[in-house]
Design a protein around this ligand. Structure first.
Ligand SMILES: [Ca+2]
Ligand SMILES: [Ca+2]
Length: 237
């Protein structure tokens, strides 16, 4: 209520305006605090309430964000590159993020990086990941009302997302091993003889294209990872 005398002028200010929560919705309560009147004729008036409420809307962002962890089998290198692909239920490619640099390790996990993607198109139901020397893995992704999702390409026995991300959203999606398996050196998404040929030809060199565990040398450790995944194929993109 404003019962000021006609012609009296003063400034009205407020301290903060806060939505009740950050979820998408209409006619949401906004609490305004720190209301004050200053300047002009304000000295002639007594403000009755320093707090009030109003309503406003929060709309859904036009595209999604996905963040999570990505574990590369046996990897110890400081950085890696990974290609992400967003698809719909029919497998149509909606977006590609080629050769994303991964250089932020997840907590104390040597073989696990953080990733974050923005601009994930509406209609995305799956996201796949394929690191330079790994097989591809494709997982279902579910967005919340704010168009945000978490997705973890990890082995839940070895990497606990809760220990890395305090905002982790519990999801049944990480009840199985989802880390990326190593050994695909020629990027055809299968681990077989052509990959072994590359490994053998780079034996005891520092060639990154054959250094499956990222330790700077191609040797028995890389061969052992390849052997674990011999004749395995990755998921479609
Ligand atoms: Ca291959
Ligand atoms: Ca190596």
């Amino acid at each position: 209520m404003d019962n000021r005398v006609a012609g009296d002028l003063f400034a009205e200010t407020y301290g903060s305006a806060t939505f009740s929560d950050s979820n998408v919705g209409t006619v949401k309560t906004v609490t305004i605090t720190g209301l004050a009147i200053t300047l002009g004729a304000s000295g002639n008036y007594a403000l009755q309430n320093a707090t009030t409420t109003t309503t406003a809307n929060i709309t859904r962002p036009p595209s999604g964000t996905v963040k999570g962890l990505i574990e590369l089998q046996g990897y110890v290198g400081a950085h890696a590159t990974n290609t992400f692909v967003a698809t719909d239920d029919s497998g149509h490619v909606l977006a590609v993020w080629p050769n994303v640099l991964l250089d932020s390790k997840a907590g104390s996990y040597l073989d696990t990086f953080r990733f974050a993607l923005t601009g994930v198109p509406d209609g995305t139901t799956h996201l796949s990941a394929k690191a330079t020397v790994s097989l591809r893995r494709r997982l279902a992704v579910t967005f919340d009302g704010n168009n945000q999702a978490q997705l973890h390409f990890v082995d839940p026995v070895l990497v606990d997302p809760h220990s890395v991300d305090t905002n982790f959203i519990p999801a049944s999606q990480i009840t199985q091993v989802q880390k990326l398996l190593g050994g695909d050196l020629n990027s055809d998404n299968v681990v077989n003889t052509p990959d072994y040929t590359i490994l053998r030809n780079r034996w005891l060199t520092a060639a990154p294209e054959a250094d499956i565990n990222g330790d700077g040398i191609v040797n028995q450790t890389d061969y052992d990872i390849m052997k674990l995944n011999w004749l395995k194929a990755g998921d479609p993109q």
